[in-house]
Each structure stands twice: as structure tokens, then as C-alpha cells.
Write a protein that binds this ligand. Structure first.
Ligand code: MIC
Ligand code: SF4
Length: 646
């Protein structure tokens, strides 16, 4: 029986478990990446492990999220990250060098390798044939220390592409179609593997747009084969020696299959406030637009910006539109500057933004009240842009630029003949903004620089035998990590847990933090109650650490998303689901709740019952985790677990 691509890579990297049976596997990680917003906490945790040097083949620390530097905090974090990388053997990509996923694709990704990144869009690397997975910072620290990365044994979903993209239809439309079919819910535990003749005509950056936004589907990762397109891309990056041919066997088996005919695809759009709220551009044509932004790790490659520049050449942005462009990497920036395309973009009236996450994470460019914003990034959750009432839509660069000129949502097919963007055979290579680590012979004497914003990694306590407290908050479905731990203006407190904890659920219930800390100080546990797909979106482990700091002991929901559930366990919070989803209605905010004998029940794998004291009823709960994770919960989190193992 043939093997699919995921099986082939996993087989080569398996450290623990079995690929055919069992609930969990442990995988060897070749490469890690972090960005500054998650990196400081990951590296503080790594430091506490007492390992002198990273054990991966390659680890890279990027700075791309917090580059606004309002106040000293961001700059302090950058200094910490640079000195940490220098000492412990990581490459350090300075602010200005570009967005982690775009730069990693260009300069460091390798087909057949495993990559673990403390950012949910790490699967971008799947465009190169890597098995690239997003996780919480603590999981990255463990991988850097040579430990396995554990995940539920994955199922594979084949996405078979037939036909060829028609003019003005783009890779973004493929992933928006996938989101329309699979939605953002119910895909936990799957890996998407792209196959079929439709794959052949897609370039690596196009594939990376698709694997990047697979994160919104909620799957573990997405992957494309490594083929002639991959070789050409690596050759253009001066790294042909990194290429290997890699694909599924012709008789490979998949758990599920969906098929998309590229010939029939048309320009699509994700409407507010979810990436799976898909419509056709044709249906929305003519809607007034106030802001258009091109950039982010989804759509800011050389091709994307050249396409935008070519359409803009000799034209002007509509007077009522604010049009911003952020190149994904310094390489892209340099190349469009050198060939004159940047000049065309500037002449059109566009605003040139830094090569960083920026608007995508709500760091600047907040739209006006009720305004319509079209963006090429991957998430349009309510309020993420910085404006709660903004109507953020997700589109391809083609739709973005057509609409920026028209001042209304426009179908790029109306622009006429297709534009042919020539991709150079060699790209400009200049890695001078990437700092090499210190030689191992003197690494010991390198001092780590810590400003006052850098705290200590949080401590956790072993699980109590019974947890008694209140339903401090009750929420609905699809609560994202942006709801739990706002980014944007609050991002700068990422390295300061007590301060950042003041903003937990800020946009949902501004009193949550005060209520929780008062309960905590009185010895009353906090419970979070929510609906399905809890913890969707970002990998930020702060969405677990800060609630933990506020005394949240258990989260009870209809269903969890993968990374967030793993993060809760890493920090000793018990992730429970309702056996019967209707029991969600049997708990109201402020009800008194008790988890009697929880420690014994977890240890002995017994049924778990919640007693709602206010309503005098019992509710059956599930704890769907591995044996290893049970151990972790009992000792109060992964750091304690590692110490115990040593
Ligand atoms: C995001 O796109 O939401 C982020 C910001 O990149 C996050 C990481 C973070 O919160 O720091 C992610 O995707 O994991
Ligand atoms: Fe940065 Fe946005 Fe990509 Fe997250 S999704 S890594 S914030 S560009």
C-alpha cells in the first residue's frame, strides 16, 4: 500500500508512538521559528530548562510583530531576543528584515524537514514541502531543547486540484474555496495534503498562500509536494542544494478527499467577521470601500507586489480610499525598489508600510468607525483590526488593487487582459539583517540583556484534588484567542504577564480580569464556560498563561481548537468538554461550580462530573487527552513535568 506525503515525513521523524495506532505521536523537530510577540516567553522558558545550546538543526528568532515601539517595551524585547539568540545558537532576523513566514520560506525552509513555530501560520512552510506546524511557545522551547513535539496522531485530508487558474483568479481564491467547503470548524486533527495536476502550475509563493491560510481551517498543517516548481524557487534563492523531490505514492490512501476544479474558480471574498464567511466578488461588486491593505504573511510575495504595481502603473488610487502596501520581506522590498515597481506604487498614491505584520495584527491602520476595509491577510475576526465596528473583508491582491482604484469592491476580471508577471531566475540575496550566533567556545560568557519589561516565566502549582469556584464568564461559539488575549495596542505587554493579564477578555467583558483576580485572592477558582471552537486563531500561549495567572483552573466548552487546548494543558488548566452539548445551557455566569476528586479522576481515567451548586445539578464532562497530558496536568504544567523527568 502506498504512502501519502505526510506519512513519509512523519515516518522519518517519529520519536514516540505509532503512526497506525494510539492517540498521540512524538515527532523530531528539525527547525524552529519564533516571532517577537511569542518568542520572549518561549525563550524565558527555554532558559529555565538549563540547556546550554539549541539542539535543532536550525532555529531562527524573527522580529516582525511588535515593531511600532511606542514606549520602551518592544525595543527591550528585541534586545533580549538578540542577546538570547547570540548566546544559545539561533539566527536572529532583525526588525525590518520581514515577516517570519515569508523570510523563512525564502531563506531557510527545506522540503522534507519538520518546522515548529510559535505562530499559527507556520504552515506557510508547507508550500515548500515541509511539515510545518504552529504551536505554543513552550512547545517550541521543548523542541529547541531536543524534546519531541507531541500531537494527536493526524488524519490526512487530500485536496485534489484539477485544471488551471483562470486570469485574475489567484491562490487566495483556492484557499477561500477550501474555507467555504471545510469552514473553520470541525477540522481539528487533520492535515491537508494537496495533490492533483492542478498543483503543477502553482508556484511556491502561491502554494504558501494556501498553506498559510490553512490555519484558518483549524487543521494541524497543510502541505504540497516538492517538485520542479520547488526546485526553481530554491534555485532562485541560491539554495538548489536544499531541494529534494518529494510526493505521495500514486496509490496513497487518505482519510478524506475533496476536489476543486481550478478552471471553475472565480474571485472570492471572506466577509466580516470570519474567514469562512465566503461570497463571490461578483455578488459584492459596487460596495463602497474606505481602506485597502496589501501585505501580511499570506499575500506579500514578489509576485503579489509586482501584480499590484503592474495594475497601478499610470493609475491613481481612488480619492476616498486609503491604500497601504507592506512588502512581506526585505528581499521583496529591495527587488521592487530596484526594478522601479515601488515607484509605480508610490506614484499611484499608495502608503508604503513597513515590512512587518503591522495592520494584520491591529498594530496601526485601524479603519474608521463602520468603515469597509479590504485586506489580503488571513483573519477578519471582529475587532482584530483595532476598530470593533469595522467591516473587514479578506481578498486576493488582484481584488484589492482593482478595488483600490475603483473605490468600490471590484472584480479584477473587469480590468481586461491578464497581467503577466515575470519571475526572475535569481532573487536578490542579502542576509545581512540576520545575525549569526556566537561561537560555542565563548557563548558561555555572553550576557543576556533584560529590560524591565522582561519578567520571569510563570510558575504553576500541582492540581488540587477538588476545584471549587464560579463560572466567571460564559461565552458563545468561535471565541478566538484575539478575544481572550487582545493584541494590537496591548501587544507590548507580552513579556510582562501580570500587566498583560489585566487585559484578558478586554473587548468582551472588561471586568473579567478584576473579577478573576479578586476570586483568586479569596481562594475561589475561576471557570471559563464557552461554546464550540474555543481558542480559534493565534498560537499565543498568553491566552492560557494569563488566565492561569488570574486563577482560571478549568475551561469547559463544547469543543476546542488544537493549539489552544495544548497551551491550556501546558499551563495546567484542565480543558473539559460537555458529554452532552445541551448541558451548556445548564450553567449560567456566576453559578457556583465544583469539580470533586478531579485529581484522582484524572489519574485513574475515571468519568468527570461537574456539580453546579447554584442549580443543584450534575453535568458529565469529557477529558479527551493523552496519558502524557494527564501526567502534565497532575503536576501543574509542562515545565514542572520536564523538571520531574530530569
Ligand atoms: C496572529 O496572526 O494572530 C499572530 C499574531 O501572528 C499569532 C501569534 C501571536 O499572537 O503572537 C499567531 O497567528 O499565532
Ligand atoms: Fe503576522 Fe499577520 Fe502573519 Fe500573524 S497572520 S504572522 S500577525 S502577518
Amino acid at each position: 500500500m502506498g504512502k501519502n506525503l505526510v506519512e513519509k515525513i512523519l515516518e522519518k521523524h517519529l520519536m514516540d508512538g505509532n503512526l497506525k495506532s494510539g492517540d498521540e505521536i512524538g515527532v523530531k523537530i528539525d527547525q524552529t521559528l519564533t516571532q517577537d510577540a511569542t518568542g520572549t516567553m518561549a525563550y524565558l522558558q527555554f532558559e529555565s530548562m538549563g540547556v546550554p545550546r539549541v539542539k535543532t538543526a536550525l532555529s531562527v528568532s524573527y522580529v516582525d510583530h511588535n515593531t511600532l515601539q511606542q514606549g520602551f517595551e518592544n525595543a527591550d524585547d528585541h534586545r533580549y531576543l538578540q542577546s538570547f539568540s547570540y548566546k544559545y545558537g539561533l539566527l536572529y532576523s532583525k526588525a525590518g528584515n520581514g515577516i517570519c513566514h515569508q523570510v523563512n520560506l525564502e531563506r531557510y525552509g527545506k522540503p522534507g524537514w519538520t518546522l515548529l513555530g510559535s505562530d499559527s501560520h507556520t504552515p506557510t512552510g508547507g508550500g515548500l514541502g515541509m511539515l510545518a506546524i504552529g504551536a505554543g511557545g513552550l512547545d517550541i522551547a521543548v523542541a529547541m531543547a531536543g524534546g519531541a513535539f507531541y500531537m494527536p496522531r493526524p488524519k490526512t485530508l487530500q485536496v485534489k486540484l484539477t485544471g488551471k487558474l483562470q486570469p485574475w483568479v489567484s491562490a487566495k481564491d483556492i484557499i477561500l474555496k477550501v474555507l467555504e467547503i471545510l469552514t473553520t470548524k470541525g477540522n481539528v486533527g487533520y492535515i491537508l495534503e494537496y495533490t492533483g495536476e492542478g498543483v503543477d502550475s502553482l508556484t511556491v509563493p502561491q502554494r504558501a498562500t494556501i498553506t498559510n491560510m490553512g490555519a484558518e481551517v483549524g487543521v494541524t498543517t497543510s502541505i504540497f509536494p516538492s517538485d520542479e516548481q520547488t526546485r526553481l524557487f530554491l534555485k532562485a534563492q541560491g539554495r538548489e542544494e536544499d531541494w529534494i523531490q518529494l510526493s505521495a505514492d500514486s496509490d496513497a490512501i487518505y482519510d478524506k478527499t475533496i476536489e476543486i476544479d481550478l478552471n471553475r474558480l472565480e474571485p472570492l471574498i471572506a466577509k466580516p467577521h470570519s474567514p469562512d464567511n465566503i461570497d463571490t466578488v461578483a455578488n459584492l461588486k459596487g460596495t463602497k470601500v474606505h481602506q485597502v491593505l496589501v501585505g501580511s504573511c499570506t499575500n506579500s510575495s514578489y509576485y503579489d507586489l509586482m501584480l499590484v504595481a503592474s495594475v497601478l502603473k499610470g493609475k491613481k488610487v481612488h480619492p476616498d480610499v486609503s491604500f497601504g502596501v507592506a512588502p512581506g520581506s526585505r528581499q521583496v522590498f529591495q527587488m521592487i525598489a530596484a526594478n522601479g515597481a515601488l515607484g509605480d506604487i508610490i506614484l499611484s498614491g499608495a502608503r508604503i508600510l513597513e515590512s512587518a505584520c503591522g495592520f494584520c495584527i491591529g498594530a496601526g491602520q485601524a479603519p474608521g468607525h463602520n468603515e469597509v476595509s479590504l485586506r489580503t491577510n488571513n483573519r477578519n475576526f471582529e475587532g482584530r483590526s483595532g476598530t470593533k465596528t469595522a467591516q473587514v473583508h479578506l481578498v486576493s491582491p488582484e481584488v484589492a488593487v482593482a478595488s483600490a482604484i475603483a473605490g468600490v469592491i471590484a472584480d479584477p476580471r473587469d480590468l481586461g487582459e491578464a497581467i503577466n508577471v515575470e519571475i526572475p531566475e535569481t532573487f536578490r540575496i542579502d542576509d545581512s539583517m540576520v545575525i549569526e550566533p556566537a561561537d560555542i567556545s565563548f557563548a558561555n560568557s555572553v550576557e543576556i540583556l533584560r529590560g524591565p519589561n522582561i519578567g520571569l516565566p510563570p510558575q504553576t502549582d500541582p492540581l488540587q484534588n477538588s476545584i471549587s469556584g464560579v463560572a466567571t464568564i460564559k461565552l458563545g461559539d468561535k471565541i478566538t484567542t484575539d478575544h481572550i488575549m487582545p493584541a494590537g495596542a496591548r501587544l507590548k505587554f507580552r513579556s510582562n504577564i501580570p500587566k498583560y493579564s489585566e487585559y484578558v477578555f478586554e473587548g468582551v467583558d472588561s471586568q473579567f480580569s478584576t473579577r478573576s483576580s479578586e476570586n483568586r485572592d479569596k481562594g475561589v477558582a475561576n471557570f471559563i464556560i464557552a461554546g464550540s471552537s474555543y481558542g480559534q486563531g493565534s498560537s499565543r500561549e498568553h491566552a492560557a498563561i494569563c488566565p492561569m495567572y488570574l486563577g482560571v483552573k478549568a475551561v469547559i466548552v463544547k469543543s476546542f481548537e488544537r493549539i489552544h487546548k495544548a497551551n491550556l494543558i501546558n499551563f495546567g488548566i484542565v480543558p473539559l468538554t460537555f458529554v452532552n452539548e445541551d448541558d451548556y445551557n445548564k450553567i449560567e455566569q456566576s453559578d457556583e461550580l465544583i469539580l470533586e476528586n478531579i485529581e484522582i479522576n484524572i489519574k485513574e481515567k475515571k468519568d468527570i462530573t461537574l456539580f453546579n451548586k447554584t442549580k443543584n445539578i450534575s453535568i458529565e464532562l469529557n477529558l479527551d487527552i493523552s496519558d502524557r497530558q494527564r501526567e502534565i496536568l497532575l503536576v501543574g504544567g509542562t515545565l514542572n513535568y520536564m523538571k520531574k523527568q530530569q
